[in-house]
Write a protein that binds this ligand. Structure first.
Ligand SMILES: [Zn+2]
Ligand SMILES: [Zn+2]
Length: 187
């Protein structure tokens, strides 16, 4: 009975999460569609592609010509219509990661918050998988944070902290069993 109950909880899950994808600046239609499809396959989610918007000037960090990811999160979260909203861009994005005042990142999402953002700026190096595949993985990871998943110590789990290393992203094989149990919205 207990097993069956567990099974039912997973399969009769829930209200789908309503996710919007907000391109910031020029992002190819192919990339947008790839991320939409992967988020739909990964989560119980309805995913909407929004028309692109220009990068907000107030998020620019002039000393490094980068955009501050934390400011982008605040701006994205103002959209009232969706449960979660993910910004996609190809400019460099950064956040404060002590002792670094301005640390370039693949993406940023905060636990249980509404918005996250990803960039392919740092994902282009030649390697085992394509830039688009990496961007999809980073998008799934950042949405995972917004759904309450913290970094996970299980090797190759989607929620591994990449710490700026592409290899960590390239080696990921999906969510570990523990992360799957923790986030009901994972398929
Ligand atoms: Zn993370
Ligand atoms: Zn995990």
């Amino acid at each position: 009975m207990v097993l069956l109950a567990g099974f039912l909880t997973r399969d009769f899950n829930p209200e789908p999460v309503n996710i919007a994808i907000q391109p910031l600046g020029a992002v190819s239609a192919r990339t947008q569609k790839a991320i939409k499809s992967r988020l739909e396959k990964t989560y119980f989610a309805t995913v909407t592609l929004l028309p692109a918007k220009a990068l907000p000037k107030e998020a620019l960090y002039p000393p490094r010509s980068r955009y501050r990811a934390d400011r982008l999160l605040t701006i994205l979260a103002k959209n009232p219509k969706f449960d979660k909203i993910i910004g996609i861009t190809n400019v460099d994005i950064s956040t404060t990661k002590p002792p670094y005042q301005d640390w370039g990142v693949f993406g940023l999402g905060q636990l249980g918050q509404k918005s996250c953002v990803v960039s392919d700026f740092r994902l282009h190096k030649r390697g085992a998988i394509t830039t688009t595949e990496r961007l999809c993985r980073v998008a799934i990871h950042e949405i995972g944070h917004t759904l309450g998943l913290d970094h996970c110590p299980t090797p190759k789990c989607t929620m591994s902290d990449a710490k700026g290393a592409l290899k960590t992203v390239d080696d990921e094989t999906g969510f570990c069993a523990l992360c799957r149990r923790r986030a009901k919205a994972i398929r």
